[in-house]
Write a protein that binds this ligand. Sequence first.
Ligand code: DX5
Ligand code: ZN
Length: 225
Amino acid sequence: MNIDPLLAPSLLSADFLRLADELAFLKSSGADVVHVDVMDGHFVPNITIGIPVVEALKRETQLTLDCHLMISEPLKYAVDFVKAGADWVSIHQEADPHLHRTVYAIKNVGGRAGVALNPSTPIESLSDILGDLDFVLLMSVNPGFGGQSFIENTYNKLRCLDKIRQKNDHSFFIQIDGGVSVANAQALVEAGADCLVAGNAVFKAPNPTEAVKKIKAQMTKVCKS
Ligand code: DX5
Ligand code: ZN
């Protein structure tokens, strides 16, 4: 792809009592996108935040809101997330036998639709829907928690997906989520990633503003053709 790579800090690692301050910090530090992890305690073993919080975030920020739905039956809620202010919505392949229907439900109300794959889910499972997607999210940890270690096989999946994209002239962008840090940001962009999600590496850093700048510096070192 020929877009500048984007950094999407994940609010999962932010201070939930100070979300307005965290949004202001993201804006001033140069982050591109706000990643919102929605977990239902069913598809993943954790419960986080929902639609009312997304509405509140939308009132406070102009940054792109990226809602990663780690929920069962995403069709029930995906459109409501767009209506609440989500610009991008990703749903999990493993959670939805009707991906095409849900993807178009999101697009039809003006959202950009992505499908997320768990580390153990093959890319081939998306072969008949890649042309319909705005983005693909490759999980580089098992979804449910921040602060986990990056799974190295993600590089193979990423390179493979990037090749498929080039070969078929697809326009989706590729997002990587989990265990992203200053140490792997450059290599991930080199391997084909367009958007990196980072939770702990930003919000738990000693100096979060410096962390955003360092990760972005690594990402933009890569000159894409
Ligand atoms: C995990 C979430 C991630 C998480 C990433 O299920 O989807 O977005 O916040 O956190 P880090 O960057 O700490 O691995
Ligand atoms: Zn996420």
